[in-house]
Design a protein around this ligand. Structure first.
Ligand SMILES: *[C@@H]1O[C@H](CO)[C@@H](O)[C@H](O)[C@H]1NC(C)=O
Length: 339
């Protein structure tokens, strides 16, 4: 068994610049006019089964609800929310405040997205969600690549695990072609894992895809690396994380690669303030900082006390659930639904 730690749990993949297909651009512009009337949307690709689509819809709904709490907290924070802002984004600073506000505003827009039934007419600020990587075609070469016929782009294998999902939970990319929607790839094994932990979907899982990788996740989440808040509502949090990578989410990064994930890493990053021209990015550009802020605001809105060390306590009525959520083992993932 491969016990090597994946280098990236949640990856953003940048596509290579390639020539724009004018035919597709024309078709997209044609649809843009029609679709714009209905606002933006997310589309669950047919690589997702009906059961997976149901699960993802629930995930999007949860994420959208959480995002609304976070935007309220950002705009008019109470003392606990103010404290949370400071823990994750550091001392108040104009640049940080403005840029973080843009991504939170973008998330707020996404939270208003409807669902688009077909990919026809999908537009640039929309999000297309895939449940497997079957469409990606391997192209051998000096620098091997994968071709994505939907976005019509070549993806470099800078992170094979990311592109083929062997070392990722999910990832996102924004095609270079401005007519193409942002893409969220849910890794099949993580989708199966998330569904298996959800009582509503447990009995509806199709026979195992990649259980081996799920074991890897168990290693991770049982390790010392993560704090309880990282585990809480993991699937929904990953969706928020990926949403911030999209065009509408202002294309955040995984700052410091793997070092940008998780509460402890985000706390460290929170005080980074570098000149804009240096290219060094702080918390206002880091995807997981936002995912954690959104998740923690949601916890607080439900009466939880979030602590500086990434632990949290829930009010007495929800103690039983809290114990499950805080247990340092995979059953923690069962508490994905807001209580
Ligand atoms: C986290 O902080 C809280 C409050 O200060 C404390 O009660 C708790 O013991 C700490 N937990 C860990 C694991 O450090």
């Amino acid at each position: 068994m491969d016990t090597k730690r994946p280098t990236n749990l949640i990856t953003i993949v940048r596509s290579e610049r390639n020539s724009l297909s004018f035919a597709m651009l024309f078709v997209s512009i044609l649809f843009l006019g029609l679709h714009a009337l209905g606002g933006n949307a997310y589309h669950l690709d047919n690589s997702c089964t009906d059961t997976q689509k149901d699960f993802l819809r629930q995930g999007f709904l949860n994420a959208f609800n959480m995002i609304q709490y976070a935007n309220l907290a950002w705009a008019t924070p109470n003392p606990a929310q103010q404290q949370l802002k400071q823990w994750l984004f550091g001392p108040d600073d104009v640049v940080t405040r403005i840029r973080a506000g843009q991504t939170l505003g973008g998330l707020d827009r996404i939270a208003g997205y409807g669902e688009l039934d077909t990919a026809a007419g999908i537009q640039r600020d929309d999000i297309r969600v895939y449940c497997n990587t079957d469409r990606l075609k391997f192209k051998a070469g000096v620098k091997p690549k994968f071709y994505d016929p939907d976005s019509q782009e070549l993806l470099s294998i800078t992170d094979t695990g990311g592109i083929m999902c062997s070392g990722s939970l999910a990832y996102a990319w924004v095609p270079t072609n401005p007519a193409m929607p942002s893409i969220i790839q849910i890794c099949p094994w993580f989708l199966e894992y998330g569904m298996e932990k959800d009582p509503q979907f447990q009995s509806r899982i199709e026979p195992g895809i990649v259980a081996r990788l799920a074991l890897k996740l168990d290693e991770y989440i049982t390790g010392k690396w993560y704090t309880p808040i990282d585990l809480f509502g993991l699937f929904d949090k990953v969706l928020v994380h990926e949403m911030t990578h999209t065009r509408a989410g202002m294309e955040t990064h995984d700052v410091n690669g793997f070092g940008g994930y998780g509460w402890k890493a985000c706390r460290k990053l929170s005080t980074v303030r570098e000149p804009v021209t240096s290219g060094i990015m702080g918390p206002e550009r880091n995807a997981d900082t936002f995912a954690l802020f959104v998740s923690a605001c949601n916890l607080q809105s439900r009466g939880a006390m979030v602590q500086e060390n990434g632990t949290f306590t829930l009010p007495p009525a929800t103690k039983a659930k809290a114990r499950r959520a805080m247990a340092p083992n995979p059953s923690a993932l069962r508490a994905r639904r807001p209580f």
